[in-house]
Ligand binder design. Structure first.
Ligand SMILES: [Zn+2]
Length: 394
C-alpha cells in the first residue's frame, strides 16, 4: 500500500484536490487527507509509504485503442515481413516497455502476426515483461489480397469471414478487427476503396455478437465506413474520408471513431526522403487533406471519439503515443475531451469498466504530471511517475 499525497486529481470527473491510496494494484481511496487516512487505517498496513504529489496532478494512465505491438516505426513496414518470430517478439516487448514508461497503461493491438499480441498480453499479466495491459484482436480479417494481407487472415464470402472471426475468438481475442477498405501501407491497395462487402461485414459482427466482443473496422473511404457502421461495428479506425452522412450515422448509433492522427503525420512529415515508399507517401498526403474535413464532420455531428495512434507505423513510435492528445486538440477537441477520449471513452470501447478514472475500486493505472492536462494537453508528454496496476514503472 502507498499514498499519493498532496496533489490534485484530474480525470473525466474534473480536477480537484485529493490524495490517492493504492493497495494491491487497486485504488482504495480518493479524497481529502482524513478520508484517505481512514481508508489506510481500515487496511491495517501500518504507515504506508507516501509519494509526494505536492504541486502535481495525478491522472489516469492513457489508453491507446489502436497499436501494432510488433511494428517499430520503421519507414518501410514491408521490410518487417522477413523478420523471424523471435525478432518480432523482442521488438514487441521493447515497444510495450516504451509505451508504459510514457504513461500508456492500456493498449489494444489491432493486428499482429499469429498470436504474438495475444501472447504479449499474457506475458505482461504474468510479469514476464513490463508493459501496459494488452487487449488484442489476433489476426486481422481481410479479403484475399486486401490491406495488410502479409499478416492478416484472408477470407472471402460471409461463411469464411464468420469462420475467420471465430478462429480469433477461439485464440482468445478481446476484439475482432477487419478491413472495410484499402489502406495506405499496402502497395496496390486503393486507400478508400471498399474491401469486405456489406454481407461479409454483417457475418463478421454477427460472429462477435454472442460474446459481446467489440469489433473494429479499418476504414478510410466513406462507402466502407458506412458499410461497417450499417453492420454494427463498434469502432471505425482512421475514418479519413468520413463525410457528413457517415458522421451522422456514427453519432446516431454511438459508433466510436478512432482517428489515429499520429499515423498520417508520421508519414506526411517524414516523406520519401526518410525512406517511406513513394506510394504510401502519395496516399497519405491525399488522405491528410481529407482528414481535416473528417474532423469537422465528426465534431459537428457529435461522433464519440476514442484515442488511438496506430503506433508502429512509419515514424509513429510507442514512446510518442501521448502526442496524439495534442494532435486531437489541434483538430478541435478541448483538452478535457481529449482526456475523455484517451481514458473513459477508450475504456468503454474496449469493454473495461475498472480503468480510465482515478476512483475507488478502479485499477491503479496512474500518471503523475507537472501540470493539469485539462489545461495543458502537453502535460501528458512528460510524466514524472507512472504506475501500472499499482506497480511503479517509471
Ligand atoms: Zn492499424
Amino acid at each position: 500500500m502507498y499514498v499519493l499525497r498532496g496533489g490534485r486529481v484530474a480525470d473525466a470527473a474534473g480536477t480537484r484536490e485529493a490524495d490517492v491510496a493504492v493497495a494491491d494494484g487497486e485504488i482504495v481511496a480518493v479524497g481529502d487527507p482524513e478520508a484517505v487516512d481512514d481508508a489506510v487505517e481500515a487496511h491495517d498496513d501500518g504507515e504506508p509509504p507516501e509519494v509526494d504529489a505536492d504541486g502535481k496532478v495525478v491522472a489516469p494512465g492513457l489508453i491507446d485503442a489502436h497499436v501494432h505491438a510488433m511494428m517499430d516505426g520503421r519507414p518501410d513496414v514491408s521490410t518487417a515481413v522477413s523478420d523471424s518470430d523471435y525478432t518480432a517478439s523482442y521488438r514487441t516487448a521493447s515497444n510495450l516497455e516504451a509505451a508504459v514508461e510514457a504513461g500508456v497503461t492500456t493498449v489494444r493491438d489491432l493486428g499482429s502476426r499469429e498470436t504474438l499480441a495475444l501472447d504479449a498480453a499474457e506475458a505482461v499479466a504474468a510479469g514476464d515483461i513490463d508493459g501496459p495491459r494488452v487487449l488484442a484482436c489476433g489476426r486481422n480479417v481481410i479479403m484475399t489480397g486486401g490491406h495488410g494481407n502479409w499478416f492478416g487472415r484472408e477470407a472471402d464470402g460471409p461463411a469464411e469471414v464468420r469462420k475467420a472471426a471465430r478462429e480469433q475468438l477461439k485464440a482468445g481475442a478481446d476484439v475482432l478487427k477487419c478491413m472495410a477498405t484499402g489502406g495506405v501501407l499496402t502497395e496496390g491497395a486503393v486507400t478508400g476503396a471498399p474491401e469486405l462487402t456489406p454481407e461479409e461485414l454483417a457475418a463478421f459482427t454477427d460472429a462477435a455478437a454472442p460474446t459481446d466482443t467489440p469489433t473494429a473496422a479499418h476504414a478510410h473511404g466513406e462507402e466502407g465506413i458506412k458499410n461497417a457502421v450499417e453492420a454494427g461495428i463498434s469502432s471505425i479506425e482512421h475514418g479519413t474520408f468520413m463525410d457528413r452522412e457517415a458522421a451522422e450515422m456514427m453519432a446516431e448509433r454511438g459508433t466510436y471513431w478512432v482517428p489515429t492522427a499520429s499515423a498520417l503525420r508520421g508519414i506526411v512529415e517524414h516523406g520519401v526522403e526518410a525512406g517511406i515508399p513513394e506510394d504510401a507517401v502519395a496516399k497519405a498526403e491525399d488522405a491528410a487533406n481529407r482528414f481535416d474535413d473528417a474532423w469537422d464532420h465528426a465534431l459537428d455531428a457529435g461522433v464519440p471519439i476514442a484515442m488511438g495512434t496506430d503506433a508502429g507505423t512509419p515514424f509513429n513510435f510507442f514512446e510518442d503515443i501521448p502526442q496524439e492528445l495534442a494532435h486531437m486538440v489541434e483538430y478541435g477537441l478541448s483538452p478535457e475531451r481529449a482526456l475523455e477520449a484517451a481514458t473513459v471513452n477508450a475504456a468503454d470501447l474496449l469493454g473495461l469498466d475498472d480503468v480510465g478514472r482515478v476512483e475507488e475500486g478502479y485499477q491503479a493505472d496512474l500518471v503523475v504530471l507537472d501540470a493539469d492536462p485539462t489545461e495543458d494537453v502537453e502535460a501528458w508528454q512528460e510524466p514524472e511517475a507512472v504506475f501500472a496496476r499499482g506497480e511503479r514503472v517509471a
